[in-house]
Design a protein around this ligand. Structure first.
Ligand code: NAG
Ligand code: NAG
Ligand code: NAG
Length: 403
């Protein structure tokens, strides 16, 4: 009887002991697992980048804000949301509407706020910014001139004033945005500079980048490379010549078209020409056969996977051609057109292909090649729906840890 009682007590004690140690063990394992996967970037070295691009805005602040809210670039107050890494605008903020001043102010506010939270705004000059700098004011509403006060005040604001200085400092004509930082920061040239050439050219991510211009990068345009600095150097020098004209040419109309300054070089003139990055429409207007057979040459040269542009509107939708190698994002957002409110989203991720690799500290993998899963999802965002335009997934091998 005593023996039986003893055994019963022993069983309970043992059960309790093992139960508690077992559960403690499970608990602590669970805890450390959760800590590793949640808090330590070393433990899960996957990389994510979110880009939102928006096309022609043409003087319409309310529609611009609707689009930026819809795409989570800004919050309900119109402040930078912090939810994305890059906001790209492809030019033509000015003309056909009255909100010129407010829109350029919004862009500088977002640029500032983005900087403070590790994001970035990339702004581009469209053909309409250039037209206004030249004195070609054919699409300027008298009501818009009134928001500046006078023609002279508007001329000043667009040359040496706040908007003109923002164009010179914070806008470019072309940009190249790497999707992964191992191939450089935004506007890193392709072909790569001497010194890093081998490292970048031989990386499986060498062309993991996208380009943005207002019109398009024509195969016939002679100053594509190094991309984008060749175009942006011409853009900077021509803008400087235009903005430093004193007095500024009298605007057309009613005066005659002033044209480019007399000291404009032929390269600068070509930059503003019909097959230049501001005006070219070939990617939008030519046949699939023609476009898709010539696109790869330009992508290869400029070191990108796809080219994103505005300028040629489709009032219903963002147009994707040749499997998303060409994406045209002007949907006539401004009330001047009444087209679709739209934004383009690019969501890029690079993740260790084997999930167990993710729990190995990066230091142990230093210098070793791993297999990574690369995903790029390009989505058109509208008021009532999202539409996936590109879903690319592939495996790449390399040492991409630590970003
Ligand atoms: C065993 O552990 C569970 C969960 O911790 C607890 O609810 C249960 O009472 C324990 N059993 C014994 C015999 O202590
Ligand atoms: C955000 O917007 C609100 C309302 O316009 C403003 O009061 C606030 O200062 C803004 N926040 C920042 C960080 O700019
Ligand atoms: C250009 O952007 C920087 C960074 O946001 C800002 O400090 C500067 O004032 C801007 N320049 C103009 C002229 O708006």
């Amino acid at each position: 009887m005593a023996r039986l009682f003893f055994l019963a007590v022993l069983t309970v004690v043992l059960a309790f002991y093992f139960n508690s140690t077992a559960s403690r063990h499970i608990q602590s394992t669970l805890q450390s697992y959760l800590q590793e996967s949640q808090t330590s970037p070393q433990a899960a070295p996957s990389f994510t980048r979110k880009i939102i691009a928006v096309g022609d805005l043409h003087g319409d602040l309310p529609n611009a804000l609707k689009v930026l809210q819809m795409a989570h670039v800004v919050d309900a107050h119109g402040n930078w949301s912090g939810e994305i890494d890059f906001f790209v605008q492809t030019g033509d903020i000015i003309d056909r509407g009255d909100d010129t001043i407010k829109l350029y102010e919004l862009m500088e506010q977002l640029r500032e706020q983005a900087q403070h939270s590790g994001g970035k705004v990339l702004s581009h000059l469209g053909n309409h910014e250039w037209m206004n700098a030249i004195g070609d004011w054919r699409y300027v509403y008298p009501s818009e001139i009134a928001t500046f006060g006078s023609v002279a005040a508007r001329q000043k604001m667009l040359s040496t004033g706040e908007i003109g200085r923002a164009w010179a400092q914070n806008y470019s004509t072309a940009s190249r945005l790497p999707l992964h930082p191992s191939i450089g920061i935004s506007n890193t040239d392709y072909p790569p500079a001497f010194g890093v050439e081998d490292k970048i050219k031989h990386s499986p991510l060498s062309h993991a980048a996208v380009s943005f211009v207002h019109g398009g990068l024509a195969p016939t345009y002679p100053h594509l490379t190094p991309y984008p600095s060749a175009i942006n150097a011409l853009s900077r020098s021509l803008l400087h010549k235009l903005q430093s004209q004193s007095p500024q040419p009298s605007p057309h109309p009613p005066n005659p078209y002033p044209g480019l300054p007399s000291d404009t070089t032929w390269e600068e003139e070509r930059m503003y020409g019909t097959d230049g990055p501001l005006w070219y429409r070939g990617w939008a207007l030519e046949s699939d056969k023609e476009v898709c057979s010539s696109v790869d040459g330009v992508l290869e040269k400029t070191g990108v996977r796809r080219m994103i542009m505005g300028h040629t509107p489709d009032f219903q939708k963002i147009v994707s051609r040749c499997d998303g190698k060409i994406i045209i994002i002007d949907t006539g957002i401004s009330h001047a057109y009444g087209g679709a409110l739209s934004a383009l989203s690019i969501h890029y991720t690079l993740t260790p292909a084997d999930p167990t690799i993710g729990r190995t500290p990066v230091v142990e993998n230093h210098g070793q090649k791993q297999v990574w899963k690369e995903t790029e999802v390009v989505t058109a965002i509208y008021e009532d729906r999202d539409e996936v335009l590109v879903y690319n997934e592939r495996e790449v091998e390399g040492n991409f840890a630590g970003y």
